[in-house]
Design a protein around this ligand. Structure first.
Ligand SMILES: C[S@@+](CC[C@H](N)C(=O)[O-])C[C@H]1O[C@@H](n2cnc3c(N)ncnc32)[C@H](O)[C@@H]1O
Length: 380
């Protein structure tokens, strides 16, 4: 499928790099739409498990490239409906798809949270914009034996999950970390950004827990770090990310923190340095006994075993050293459990208000307006 035909503003050769390409930004320079990284598209299409003849709904048309790939995979017996909320993108995608020979793909303009009921039921639904909740229209428009693939934010970590119906709820069959532009409208979720430092350019996102005071957090992250070696090595950064995910979904008492540079050019050198402290995000004890504590896993090339990484827990702020020790102890438990990762995670989307005692083995329950999400690691 020629990607350059869907990205006419790019030099054709550049369209064949494994990179997301922003195609529209807002007044502040933040991306509104992008052609997803091809490697990630392939992972999600794999999660979707497409077959010839499937009727598919895509939420987030963008350039139309993914819709064309889906149309190719389901063939002339199948059908594709795709919806985007931005009229200009819808017009461009229609033109791109027609030029590529995929006139049969229906491109609809509207809020994808409502799905496209006129053409339901669908055998497969794929969402290519970051959701925080599960609108009831999606499972309602899914036919028997159907599957939904969507990037969902779980405590500040975005996971592409494939969900299948089991009775009155949905259960994940696979999960993979991802990073999508957030969906606009009611499914966006709260964005609890804390501005850090004297100049604009650095924010912390505090999710699912008490938010630390902005000044205290900035001072903690500007100060010295207490390093607590875990004694563990990882073969890849993805393994450290698995540890971070496991801990984030087993420690409900801690606030999840992500640091993000916005308009980096305006941030001071100190702010830019802080922005790089937690490549995978961190956890905070906003009102711990010793004061604010922030801790995160970091990784550095191993001297003892070249090609692997040593994992260290780093703590910041007055409560940082004890929190880093706690994280290091939890890392040992993760190791004993056989290093559970995204492949082992089971995420269920249940009806709101489902009694917790009926959700066996969940390590974390998160409530959304339209769903109760439960995370379970089979090894725990
Ligand atoms: C990462 S892009 C999609 C990439 C696209 N699948 C492609 O192949 O180019 C995300 C898209 O979701 C759209 N979007 C965001 N919120 C939406 C909503 N509520 N309903 C429908 N589309 C939405 C954006 O306008 C944007 O075009």
């Amino acid at each position: 499928m020629p990607r350059h035909a869907f990205l006419p503003e790019l030099e054709p050769a550049l369209a064949y790099q494994d990179r997301a390409e922003v195609v529209m930004s807002d007044g502040e320079g933040l991306p509104v739409s992008a052609s997803t990284q091809p490697g990630m598209m392939a992972i999600m299409l794999g999660q979707l498990g497409l077959a010839r003849g499937h009727r598919v709904l895509e939420i987030g048309t963008g350039t139309g490239y993914n819709a064309a790939l889906i149309a190719y995979l389901v063939g002339s017996q199948g059908s594709v409906v795709t919806i985007d909320v931005v009229p200009e993108l819808v017009a461009r995608a229609r033109a791109n798809l027609a030029a590529a020979g995929y006139r049969d793909v229906r491109v609809v303009c509207g809020d994808g949270a409502a799905g496209v009921p006129e053409h339901a039921p669908y055998g497969r639904i794929i969402v290519t914009t970051g959701a925080w909740d599960l609108p009831p229209a999606w499972p309602a428009q899914l036919g028997p034996g159907g599957r939904i693939v969507l990037p969902i934010s779980i405590r500040g970590i975005q996971l592409s999950v494939s969900l299948e119906s089991v009775g009155d709820h949905l259960v994940s069959r696979s999960a993979c970390r991802c990073s999508f532009i957030r969906m606009t409208g009611a499914m966006t979720g709260p964005e609890s950004l804390i501005a850090l430092g004297p100049q604009p350019g650095l924010h912390a996102q505090a999710v699912d827990g008490p938010a630390p005071d902005a000044q205290e957090l900035f001072e903690a992250l500007s100060g010295p770090a207490a390093g607590e070696p875990t004694g563990l090595r990882a073969a890849s950064i993805a393994e450290v990310a698995d540890l971070d995910l496991w801990l984030t979904l087993t420690e409900p008492g801690l606030t999840r923190l992500n640091l993000m540079g916005r308009h980096e050019s305006r941030a001071s050198p100190a702010q830019q340095q802080i922005a790089g402290l937690m490549p995978l995000g961190g956890l905070a004890h906003a009102d711990g006994p010793g004061g604010l504590g922030v801790a995160a896993f970091t990784f550095a090339d191993s001297q003892a075993q070249p090609g692997s990484f040593e994992i260290t827990a780093r703590g910041y702020g007055p409560g940082g050293p004890s929190l880093a020790r706690h994280l290091a102890r939890q890392a040992a438990i993760w190791q004993e459990l056989g290093r559970p990762g995204t492949d082992d995670l089971e995420l269920s989307a249940l009806l709101p208000g489902t009694p917790p005692e009926t959700i066996g083995g969940a390590t974390m329950i998160l409530d959304r307006p339209h769903a109760r999400l439960a995370a379970r690691w089979p090894t725990s």
